[in-house]
Ligand binder design. Sequence first.
Ligand SMILES: Cc1cc2nc3c(=O)[nH]c(=O)nc-3n(C[C@H](O)[C@H](O)[C@H](O)COP(=O)(O)OP(=O)(O)OC[C@H]3O[C@@H](n4cnc5c(N)ncnc54)[C@H](O)[C@@H]3O)c2cc1C
Ligand SMILES: *[C@@H]1O[C@H](CO)[C@@H](O)[C@H](O)[C@H]1NC(C)=O
Ligand SMILES: *[C@@H]1O[C@H](CO)[C@@H](O)[C@H](O)[C@H]1NC(C)=O
Ligand SMILES: *[C@@H]1O[C@H](CO)[C@@H](O)[C@H](O)[C@H]1NC(C)=O
Ligand SMILES: *[C@@H]1O[C@H](CO)[C@@H](O)[C@H](O)[C@H]1NC(C)=O
Ligand SMILES: *[C@@H]1O[C@H](CO)[C@@H](O)[C@H](O)[C@H]1NC(C)=O
Length: 512
Amino acid sequence: MLSLRQSYLLACTVLGVAAVPYNTFDGVGFPACNDVAAVYNVTSVDEMVQIVKDAAANGTPVRASGKGHMWYDTMCQDDPNTIIIHTEEANQITEFSLEEGAASGSVVMEAGVTFLQLAEYLHERNASMGYTLVNWNITMAGAVAMGAHRSSIREDSMVAAGVLSMDIINGNGDIVTLDRDNTNDDWLAASTSLGLLGVIARLKFKIYPDFKVYAQQLTLEEDDVLNGDIYNMIAPYATANFWWWPYLKKFHWRTYDVIPTNKSDQQGFQNTFSVTELEGNTARTILDSGKYLATSNMLMESIFFGQWSEPNFHEKTTDEKITDWPVYGWNYDVLIGGLYPGQQPEWDYNLHGMTLELAFPIIMANDMLKRVRELFDAEWTERGIIMTSTYRSGINIKFGKPYYDLLGQVTYDTSDGADWSKGAIMFDFPSFKPTIGDKKRFNEEFYPRLAKTLVEEFPCRPHWTKNTREVYGNATKNIDPDHLARFKVVREKFDPNGIFKSIIGEILGLYD
Ligand SMILES: Cc1cc2nc3c(=O)[nH]c(=O)nc-3n(C[C@H](O)[C@H](O)[C@H](O)COP(=O)(O)OP(=O)(O)OC[C@H]3O[C@@H](n4cnc5c(N)ncnc54)[C@H](O)[C@@H]3O)c2cc1C
Ligand SMILES: *[C@@H]1O[C@H](CO)[C@@H](O)[C@H](O)[C@H]1NC(C)=O
Ligand SMILES: *[C@@H]1O[C@H](CO)[C@@H](O)[C@H](O)[C@H]1NC(C)=O
Ligand SMILES: *[C@@H]1O[C@H](CO)[C@@H](O)[C@H](O)[C@H]1NC(C)=O
Ligand SMILES: *[C@@H]1O[C@H](CO)[C@@H](O)[C@H](O)[C@H]1NC(C)=O
Ligand SMILES: *[C@@H]1O[C@H](CO)[C@@H](O)[C@H](O)[C@H]1NC(C)=O
């Protein structure tokens, strides 16, 4: 067998000339990187180290990737020599520690461990990861790298908030261990590193005794939210969010909190993306016609709203549909869940989306939502166009507890002078990307107009995997220049030659 080093060089010779896109979870036509020279499916941290050492010696650009669960071509830099360290198969979990009666413990995992894998591992051991979770089929390290988060004002929900320490492979191929320490800029940069310091190879993560939760959902009129006390509708709960249906002028209001383990035997299991083939194909057909006809989108929003009013939960033990709120079950199953047996995620039926996600200080929540409503209404009054949500779960409105680091979306004490101390509201607007014609969305021009207005008028910050290059370009002005300067110092120390550079890093000016 060839040694790793030999096979790497061989692969470079063979693939170096034939650069190919590296795609997101959406597959062909959805590049995370437009051109890469090679993808390495590593199975250990040692292999990652070896590849980075080779790359460093050759000045080869390198990025780590987990599951490609991101939206746009912002993972790499635009250099066809780029190689990808695909971490999915390096997924050992070790050093489980949770003492009987202790409030928390810890576990160590390699970069490729997904939320689903960790949740199953912990549940078997009567433990859980609390609320620092995002989605089932995403790596923990990929989520930490990009500052991903759940929706909560009361509890820590930045995935990085659960990290006790991390091992980063720097631009020399050396492993640097960083412990949580808010007085150390290395830590504050690593906490939301955008993958620019190196490969996050291992995480030591905080865990808790397992617990059960309920999920409850009510439907509200749009006015009740736009003019409501949003902070107090969200902050009392362990986790909570809204889904907005702009054509119907309604919101779903979802809340979750802890219940005693003996309260119910129900084992609710949530799905957000799992659909049957018939549902998937029907939705795609109607939404494709909505590229041209607003009425199709209005019909589809009404169908989606109706479906989303019911619990999107099955009983895990029998796979039977659960029909009544509230739903009870183990924390991970209720908070996240996954796919139902025999079903696929919607994107596997060619239901693809584009998105935009921005975070605003929660004290501006009413102003922001009202401004978006004005923009929807202006499409009608100025252009005669009715706007809708074309996504299965509407427009996703999430929240984030303040968490201090340099580039996170919910950091505070920033030069914009805005008050982030009560937390953030996130506006996450996925929209259907047609499979037909020029594949542009219905009223495509609306989306950049919306982004431009929000970014110009509010001190909002972009989610690091859910925006286009153009949005990052415009939103850079909203990021604290002092945070960027401090981050750059750490970046230059970890990766002096910029082998881990990405488009986002370039846009933020971290390589100027
Ligand atoms: C269906 C879906 C639902 C989602 N839900 C949420 C949500 O609720 N909240 C939220 O905040 N986000 C959400 N996301 C976004 C997601 O959390 C991020 O895009 C996350 O970074 C994806 O992780 P991944 O393992 O798939 O990484 P990839 O998509 O493979 O990579 C994402 C970025 O992280 C870098 N990276 C990956 N692994 C490493 C590593 N080990 N070391 C250094 N850099 C690395 C990559 O180079 C790339 O720049 C969702 C995404 C999808 C597709
Ligand atoms: C994980 O994601 C991939 C890509 O979207 C999908 O094909 C696969 O079915 C998912 N697996 C699970 C277990 O959810
Ligand atoms: C690497 O893994 C991906 C997905 O798991 C797979 O599609 C691909 O064929 C693998 N590549 C190699 C060279 O094994
Ligand atoms: C988990 O808890 C249950 C119920 O208290 C107990 O029966 C079981 O032995 C525990 N399992 C482990 C691995 O600790
Ligand atoms: C649940 O357990 C608590 C504490 O052990 C007990 O007080 C309560 O009566 C139990 N409730 C039910 C419904 O069994
Ligand atoms: C970004 O800003 C430029 C200049 O103001 C503007 O033309 C463009 O529409 C904006 N794009 C987005 C997506 O905000």
